[in-house]
Design a protein around this ligand. Structure first.
Ligand code: COA
Length: 460
């Protein structure tokens, strides 16, 4: 039931917003592809504006090879790509597309785009493959003639929006057309970046067959990703979420990645560029994993790596509009007598004492620090049980202790009937009612038999 509530919350929050999916070609060849397309179709049918940018690199390589044309790449930095509000640079290998290769490149790019059209049709969702990209030739880059390789000049947002308004899915192949109608091969990553920026997408999904982004991307692969020591990782060592600054640090530590680490670096490069271009959240996910998109979208317990540019989660002061959510979490515990009963008015009266751990505008944990002279009472520490054992309770308590230190409080205490062991692990030791501030002692309810635990913060 909690998961359904969670999903409905996200559905109402993001429905109607635009999401760009950059999907690598190998995903289309995986047995999980039909199930992946089913999930995209469900999103499109339930009000999400889905835009697909198919990557076609591997398929273009194989088509060209079949016609005896060898693909070569340069690794120099291409010129700046303008995306949305920001101007940014993508440092990824660029194909040198010979003019004679272009008809085959077009054929391959459109073939890949139709795979998505087919996958959506199978789920009764219509799509439009279009010429949505105005391109410009790259010309000569550091002495190399890039021939038919182009860059994004403009994303034609008007026709894309029209298609979206008709409830259809725009599919943007990796071809752009110059002012005179000449076609250019434009890297899918650049198109995805520019489209996400220009359409004001709230999310960009980078979908590959990549292993998780973690220190050792593949078992036995000696080309491990170097991670900062304080990186927030999940149980398997997966990087769960990164700010743009943290992403930059990871990229700095991995300037010359090899093997699977190179793939992770390429996804993180695109993710960083997109978040710099104003996309609030970029999700790097594995297209093989059943339900990966839906999990990432409808729960806070996604399975990929998220680069987020907004205030995604934070411990912050309680706002009046949080009070119903706070009571929702507290109610079962108040009923069991674990927490003392508080009315909306009680909470509102002491609003400034409370802090919440909010994710996407929803409260997952809370706590309060009430000041009694030179002592502070930590109270109402509560974690939504869906998010138990994830360290949220400890984070709230540490936050309140810091707040007390800043206010020059000499000692913090708690009154508890069931959580003394937990507070002991946080450094609290047993004390007695005699140590309570006079005013607080008067309010002590002897029938509850709460124990007093305290932590000294400074010299008395
Ligand atoms: C107590 C509470 C705040 C802990 O929140 P949390 O975010 O799940 O806790 P953390 O993730 O920081 O810590 C989890 C650890 O504490 C342990 N723990 C949780 N509740 C405990 C309790 N009542 N007594 C002892 N240990 C407890 C967990 O088993 C876990 O141990 P592990 O790390 O060895 O697996 C939460 O369980 C809660 O809301 N309880 C009901 C309200 C309450 O009693 N509040 C305190 C009154 S002020």
């Amino acid at each position: 039931m909690d998961m359904v509530r969670e999903a409905l919350h996200y559905q109402s929050r993001f429905s109607g917003s635009t999401m760009v999916f950059k999907i690598d070609f190998p995903v289309t060849q995986d047995p999980a592809f039909p199930s992946f397309m089913k999930d995209l179709a469900i999103l499109a049918q339930t009000g999400f504006k889905v835009v697909i940018v198919p990557g076609a690199k591997e398929w273009i390589d194989s088509v060209l090879a079949e016609y005896g044309i060898t693909s070569s790449y340069i690794t120099q930095e291409p010129p700046e790509v303008s995306a949305g509000k920001a101007t940014t640079v993508l440092r990824t290998p660029l194909r040198i597309t010979a003019a004679r290769a272009m008809p085959f490149v077009e054929m391959a790019a459109f073939h890949v785009a139709t795979r998505f059209m087919t996958g959506l049709s199978a789920n009764r969702t219509d799509s439009v493959i279009g010429n949505f990209v105005r391109a410009r030739g790259l010309g000569v880059l550091n002495g190399t003639d890039m021939e038919s390789t182009g860059r994004v000049e403009t994303i034609l947002t008007k026709p894309i929006r029209k298609v979206l308004d008709l409830g259809m899915v725009p599919v943007i192949p990796c071809i752009g057309w110059g002012p005179s109608g000449k076609p250019y091969n434009v890297p899918g990553d650049e198109i995805a970046l520019a489209a996400a920026g220009a359409l004001g997408a709230v999310k960009l999904f980078i979908v590959g067959l990549g292993p998780e982004i973690r220190k050792e991307p593949s078992p036995g692969d000696e080309n491990a990703l170097v991670l900062p020591e304080d990186a927030e990782t999940g149980e398997s060592g997966r990087l769960i979420r990164l700010t743009p600054q943290e992403t930059e640090r990871v990229l700095e530590l991995n300037r010359h990645p090899l093997g699977a680490a190179a793939q992770a670096v390429s996804s993180l490069t695109l993710a960083l560029a997109a978040s710099r271009a104003g996309v609030e959240r970029v999700h790097i996910i594995d297209g093989r994993e059943e339900g990966a998109v839906l999990r990432e979208l409808f729960s806070n317990l996604g399975s990929g790596t998220m680069v987020y540019a907004d205030e995604y989660e934070a411990i912050r002061p309680l706002r009046t509009q949080d009070i119903p959510d706070v009571l929702r979490i507290m109610e079962p515990l108040m009923q069991q007598g674990i927490l003392i009963r508080r009315s909306p008015e009680d909470i509102s009266e002491k609003k400034d004492d409370y802090v919440v751990f909010g994710v996407d505008g929803r409260v997952h944990a809370l706590g309060a620090l009430h000041i009694w002279g030179d002592q502070g009472e930590i109270a109402a520490v509560t974690v939504d049980r869906v998010y138990a054992d994830m360290g949220l309770g400890s984070r709230i308590v540490r936050f309140l202790i810091n707040r007390a230190v800043k206010k020059h409080i000499r000692r913090v205490f708690i009154l508890t009937t069931k959580t003394q062991d937990w507070f002991e692990t946080l450094g609290f030791t047993e004390s007695d009612t005699a140590s309570l501030p006079g005013e607080r002692r008067k309010l002590y309810d002897p029938q509850r038999k709460s124990k007093v635990f305290a932590l000294e913060l400074g010299p008395s």
